[in-house]
Ligand binder design. Structure first.
Ligand code: PRX
Length: 661
């Protein structure tokens, strides 16, 4: 994190004194009260045991927590089936006719899926997966658009005790391949195509490229979505409608150990290789369901809930699939982009289904701001009761816009801080209790412990800033990095090893009242539109291009996307410099990154330079590059091996070599 931008953020925060308590009416009907904090503090394990009791256990646990740092086991000895908890038990309890999903396709087609329908689909899919050889303990890769089959596929895996690894639909074949290889997935579930801004785009063509050379994959199961013509490998490829539709809709869910793997989800770290974050069953589902219940004030059978995330990210896992379904939610699921076919699509959907809880990302709120308040003003948003945000810090201006123009000053806003690794929400207001401040995630939810510490691990206390740590194990915590125990210890537990703290990688500050303000990553991880991308990953993609000798990437602040990717590249000696700096050459580089990783990693801007600022030990000083990228006066250069480098860069940029959208 650039010191200058941190200081700017800190001084903005110092002036933020507005605070919005819930109305008496809201507080009176809320799922959680202030007393929950005390109850959780006085006996955390009993508190979590009460939360776990909201689930159905085939066999009750013997012990709440076994903590052998940094490895936790929650609800030891307990057995449950996650899919049974999310689907079957609601049908058995007489709620089979309740809608689980109002699904809205991008072209305007719709599907209504009740809990009975969902149970039947999940059972059929579980039978089909079994026929394709999937067994308990296997891994299944899923790359699908936002269609109901994505949820069904995940639940079918959970039902069988096979871990799924969902890969975001925008990731490149190379990114999919490396994830399949790392997890040694046996099956890939994908679709013929996907709708992108009103047009069908191919999907299977890409996934075929990914599985060209992945011996672990035995079958590719293909959902028909766009009717796009697809390449076909006989014997390996199977249509979903051919195999799933003819199965029995009966399937008995087996109980699995509370610590049985549920899924792997890959996320960017500070190196080029994504980390396979492992989540298990009992503790994860407990915290997913609990947080969804208290943070969104969800009322089963009454609320209409919509989380706008993609299934390919952790928010989609925990707050489209597992948390809401465990709580018998009626959800909206939307396939497409927010401006297809018009910029009021989200508000139209809220009006159509009477959405009461809406959970989205700050970057989208800032985009809505840009499009103008006149757009939501045209729709009836009076059904809304709670608004949520996730994925990146929300600036007070966007928070206030959201409150006034979407929530009409009556909906509590819950800014929820968490990570792929934490599995579920950790820091967020309780909407019926907390007087919220625009831009603050406020405080850890009952049962969760977080702290802000300085370099030496000492708590900073009210008014102080430093590093965010989690100082006690929590039920939904990651259980490791798939196949790499050492990296798990090193990444999360080495920074404050002495104190035994989990280091989240984020900077944070307490205000004088003790509310937590998140300040962004303090490592080499960028956050672009709420998506985590590592600088090294983009650098590796750039140097894999034949014209690039060296690359350095930084996240520069961006008014809409939070951060934008800015790359500095040195061209190879044999590349004609003028040509290499030309608009076509730079476009080719940006496209190359998009092809290597996916469009979300495409640099906003690429600058061709002759030198990069390095310390005497050869480490790139990104702080200085960030100054250039953010058009600031360049900071202290005294630790550079060659202090004239920054002058050269600034001079060089004046004569071109700069390109952006
Ligand atoms: O930097 C924090 C930011 O997103 C990171 C986690 O990214 P990911 O694992 O992709 O999960 C995103 C969705 C849970 C965090 O380390 N972040 C997430 N939520 C917030 C946030 N930063 C500030 N405020 C938030 N509410």
């Amino acid at each position: 994190m650039a010191e200058e931008s941190t200081n700017a953020t800190l001084s903005n925060l110092a002036t933020e004194s507005r605070s919005f308590p819930p109305s008496d009416e809201f507080a009176a009907q809320a799922n959680a009260t202030a007393e929950w904090y005390d109850r959780a503090d006085s006996d955390r394990e009993t508190f979590w045991a009460e939360q776990a009791d909201r689930l159905h256990w085939h066999q009750k646990w013997d012990k709440v927590l076994e903590w052998d740092a940094p490895f936790a086991q929650w609800f030891v000895g307990g057995k449950l089936n996650v899919a049974y908890n999310c689907v079957d038990r609601h049908v058995e309890d007489g709620h089979g006719e309740q809608v689980a999903f109002h699904w809205e396709g991008e072209p305007g087609d719709t599907r209504t899926i009740t809990y009975v329908d969902l149970k039947s689909e999940v059972c059929k899919a579980a039978n089909a997966l079994t026929e394709l050889g999937v067994q308990t303990g296997d891994r299944v890769a899923i790359q699908l658009p936002m269609i109901p089959e994505a949820v069904v596929a995940m639940l079918a895996c959970a039902r069988l005790g096979a871990a799924h690894s969902v890969v975001f639909g925008g990731f490149s074949p190379g990114a999919l391949r490396s994830r399949i290889e790392d997890a040694e997935a046996k099956l890939l579930i994908t679709s013929d195509g996907q709708y992108r801004r009103g047009k069908p785009a191919p999907m299977k063509e890409n996934t075929d490229e990914a599985v060209k050379d992945t011996p672990s994959i035995k079958h590719v199961l293909v959902v028909k979505r766009t009717e796009t013509e697809v390449p076909w490998t006989e014997g390996r490829d199977v249509w979903w409608h051919d195999i799933v539709d003819r199965q029995s809709d009966e399937h008995e869910a087996q109980p699995f150990d509370s610590e049985h793997p549920l899924y792997i989800l890959y996320t960017s770290g500070t190196t080029g290789k994504p980390k396979g974050i492992l989540h298990t069953s009992g503790g994860y589902l407990t915290q997913a369901a609990y947080t969804h219940h208290v943070v969104f004030d969800h009322k089963p059978g009454e609320s209409v809930y919509w989380c706008t995330a993609d299934i390919g990210w952790v928010t989609g896992h925990t707050y489209i699939v597992y948390g809401p379904l465990a709580n018998r939610a009626t959800s909206v699921m939307y396939e497409g982009t927010p401006n297809t076919p018009h910029e009021g699509r989200h508000w139209e959907i809220i009006q159509k289904y009477g959405v009461s809880i809406y959970y989205t990302a700050p970057t989208l709120i800032r985009t809505f701001m840009k499009w103008g308040k006149e757009i939501p003003d045209k729709f009836d948003l009076s059904s809304l009761k709670v608004l949520g945000t996730v994925g990146e810090p929300i600036n007070p201006e966007a928070w206030m816009w959201y409150r006034e123009n979407i929530g009409h000053d009556k909906c509590p806003i819950v800014d929820t801080w968490w990570q792929t690794e934490t599995g579920a929400i950790m820091i967020a207001p309780l909407p019926g209790v907390t007087a919220t401040k625009p831009g603050s995630a406020m405080r850890a939810v009952p049962g969760i412990a977080a702290n802000v510490v300085d370099e030496s691990g000492t708590p900073v206390g009210p008014g102080g800033g430093g590093y965010l740590v989690l100082d006690k194990p929590w039920p939904a915590m990651l259980r490791g990095i798939w196949g790499d125990e050492e990296r798990y210890r090193e990444t999360y537990w080495s920074r404050f090893a002495e104190q035994g703290y989990y280091f989240a990688g984020d900077g944070a500050k307490y205000d004088d009242d003790g509310a937590v303000w998140l300040l962004g990553r303090v490592d080499d991880v960028m956050n672009v539109s709420g998506h985590r991308i590592s600088t090294t990953e983009v650098e590796s993609a750039l140097v894999s291009h034949p014209t690039v000798a060296e690359a350095a990437v930084v996240g520069a602040s961006d008014p809409t996307t939070g951060q934008g990717i800015v790359a500095f590249v040195i061209l190879r000696g044999n590349v004609a410099q003028d040509e290499g700096k030309g608009a076509d050459a730079i476009k080719a580089l940006r496209d190359h990154v998009s092809k290597e990783i996916g469009p979300i990693a495409k640099p906003r801007q690429i600058m061709v330079v002759d030198e990069l600022p390095k310390t005497r030990s050869g480490k790139i000083m990104r702080r200085l590059l960030r100054d250039v990228a953010e058009n600031r006066e360049v900071g202290d250069v005294t630790t550079l091996a060659d202090s004239s480098v920054m002058d050269l860069i600034s001079e060089g940029l004046k004569d071109g070599g700069k390109s952006e959208d």
